[in-house]
Design a protein around this ligand. Structure first.
Ligand code: NAP
Length: 294
């Protein structure tokens, strides 16, 4: 099959490597010639350029650019597409993309491969990035069944675990497990840095070990991704932050009241609940390798 990929970065490049290894012909498009050259050299594409015209020959096109440029990319792309071409994307927030693309291209299926590394760009592209990781597809009532089946088949062939849900459910769920943790982790680092005694702050920095390493990791990542979450998933992020503030208030009041029994009950329930977030049978990767965007 002829597959088009617009945006040859970490996700687009890795997709190209994988699809070529499966025997597909990959037509790549990226903004910079340097990126196209590297993609060709890495054999992530069969051909690549900054021109969208070759995508007229693609049966399916993946938009893998940063979220902020999906809308302008779409406008430039549409005149070249064959009416039968299936369009999909990989963005980490779904409602704004589905609302933008669906009215303009009916053969569209929103998607989000929940994977990543700490790196970005074509140089970081790698084979196996999608293996045994969730790939969420977000059809709506108007999504053509045939288009959905086609994207599902390709995503499954990458070795991903497929999930289906409405775009708004996706955004609400990822707010809890991806976007809220970034903000909580960032505010943890900011709160520690507000220590007024420089000697104590320095001592804390010297003593920081595994616990702080785990809890601060996603808050110390790429700032652009955090800003993207706040911009495109604002409502759901604010909802989860509001609930988190209530949880903090509840904890504070138990500590203030020296209610050790209630505190223990609460910590017992979180102790029992945590494994439910990691119970996917297929999950074999190291979660510490994945980034904010995944
Ligand atoms: P990335 O590594 O920075 O790659 C994005 C690529 O898009 C860049 O290499 C850039 O190529 C290209 N690009 C930028 N503007 C463009 C334009 N106007 N036209 C064509 N190409 C353009 O980013 P990424 O991590 O792959 O993320 C891409 C998408 O995947 C985002 O929508 C993100 O939400 C989603 N996603 C990311 C992750 C993650 O963990 N990283 C996980 C799941 C989904 P040039 O060098 O040519 O400018």
């Amino acid at each position: 099959m002829n597959v088009g990929i617009v945006g040859l970065g970490l996700i687009g490049g890795s997709l190209g490597l994988e699809l070529r290894s499966l025997g597909h012909y990959v037509l790549g498009v990226s903004r910079r010639e340097e990126t196209c050259q590297l993609a060709r050299r890495q054999e992530a594409v069969d051909e690549a350029s900054a021109k969208l015209a070759p995508l007229a020959n693609a049966e399916i096109v993946f938009i893998c650019t940063p979220l902020a440029v999906i809308a302008p990319t779409l406008e430039q792309l549409l005149p070249y597409l064959d009416p039968e071409t299936v369009l999909t994307d990989v963005a980490s927030v779904k409602m704004p993309v589905v609302e933008t693309v669906s009215p303009k291209w009916s053969n569209f299926v929103g998607g989000h491969p929940m994977t990543g590394t700490a790196e970005q760009g074509i140089a970081a592209a790698q084979i196996g990035l999608f293996t045994e990781t969730p790939y969420v597809l977000t059809p709506t009532e108007t999504t053509p069944k045939a288009a959905l089946r086609q994207v599902e088949t390709v995503a499954r062939s990458l070795g991903s675990q497929i999930y289906f849900c409405p775009p708004q459910d996706h955004d609400r769920a990822v707010a809890w497990i991806s976007h809220l943790p970034v903000m909580v982790s960032a505010s943890l680092i900011a709160a520690c840095r507000s220590e007024s005694n420089p000697a104590i702050l320095e001592l804390a920095q010297q003593l920081a070990s595994f616990g702080f390493h785990d809890t601060s990791r996603v808050g110390g990542g790429n700032p652009e991704l955090g800003v993207m979450m706040a911009r495109y998933n604002r409502q759901e992020l604010l909802r989860s932050l509001g609930q988190y503030r209530q949880s903090l208030d509840q904890l504070m009041s138990l500590i203030e009241q020296e209610d050790g029994q209630a505190l223990e009950q609460l910590l017992q329930s979180t102790n029992q609940a945590r494994p439910q977030f990691f119970s996917r049978k297929h999950h074999t990767g190291n979660p510490s390798n994945t980034t904010l965007g995944g």
